[in-house]
Design a protein around this ligand. Structure first.
Ligand code: IPD
Length: 283
């Protein structure tokens, strides 16, 4: 009910902000300069795990029956309707380099988040702990952006109606075969749009579409934790979030845009995907 959704949203915001503080406060100052060493990557993994442990502990204290699914190891099955789907650091490469575009993403979802089409987010929050931008939403109550201590503003998606005027975000997975496929796909999309951005945090990119600092977004290879909270922020702001064709959002593709733009972008991505053929797997 409405009270429960509000409580879930409040909890998502609270833990998200706390984990955000942790990853910023404890990010070693020399991480950027040592980034070529494997130890730097290890530090990121350690911070990822620490932030996830914090999220899991806090959520478990507040709602012990709920399930938990995170990017790092240590999930839990749900004994309630709710599973928390979290990304402790979305944009880990930006985190490594000290580029201020990384986020903590926390969503309460119903259904099974490991099966595309079998789940949906009902409350969630995404925070950029460097800029203090906090996006949050619960089902049926709109999407909100709060920056620092300023009053939250309600997000209403707006975009140019023509794809040719749209600034479109995307992202790339880490697998070589997938990257080749993604580059080919991009060749099919680029002629149809104003320009492309690869900012480096899917959660922030999808929230940016809700806030109007990007017009649209597509990516192959997203995991539930990259998209869960931002999906709700986008749709509560009036946006459309789908997979390809009739498919629900899944790891094969997500397309996010205002309703006026979504149909055109979806068509271009679909055709480009068909022309790109089959992805090869590679190391
Ligand atoms: C990644 C980022 C990136 C996207 C990748 C994700 P991570 O998440 O969101 O922008 O392109 O597909 O895996 O690994 O930094 O949590």
């Amino acid at each position: 009910d409405a009270d429960t959704l509000e409580a879930l949203e409040r909890l998502a915001v609270e833990v998200c902000v706390e984990a955000g503080r942790l990853i910023v406060d404890e990010r070693p100052a020399n991480l950027g300069v040592s980034k070529t060493k494997s130890t730097a990557t290890d530090v990121v993994t350690v911070m990822d795990q620490r932030a996830q442990d914090l999220l899991r502990t806090r959520l478990h204290e507040a709602r012990p029956q709920d399930g938990f699914l995170g990017e790092e190891e240590g999930g839990a099955a749900s004994r309630s309707e709710i599973t928390w789907v979290v990304d402790p650091i979305d944009g880990t490469v930006n985190y490594l380099y000290g580029i201020p575009s990384y986020a903590v993403s926390v969503a309460a979802v119903v259904g099974d988040p490991t099966t595309p089409g079998a789940w949906r987010p009902v409350a969630g929050a995404v925070v950029n702990p460097v800029t203090g931008e906090l996006f949050h939403a619960r089902h049926g109550s709109g999407a909100w952006l709060q920056v620092g201590t300023a009053t939250a503003t309600r997000l209403e998606i707006a975009a140019p109606p023509q794809l040719g005027h749209a600034l479109v975000g995307t992202g790339f997975g880490y697998d070589t075969g997938r990257r080749h496929w993604q580059a080919t796909l991009l060749l099919g999309v680029l002629p149809h749009i104003r320009d492309i951005r690869r900012i480096g945090s899917a959660a922030l990119d999808i929230c940016a579409v809700a806030a109007g600092t990007l017009d649209a977004y597509f990516e192959r290879g997203l995991n539930p934790w990259d998209m869960a909270a931002a999906w709700l922020v986008l749709t509560e702001a009036g946006g459309v979030f789908t997979g390809l064709g009739a498919a629900p959002p899944n790891d094969q593709m997500v397309v996010a845009a205002a309703p006026t733009l979504h149909t055109a972008l979806h068509e271009v991505v679909l055709h480009a995907a068909e022309r790109s053929g089959t992805e090869t797997t590679g190391g």
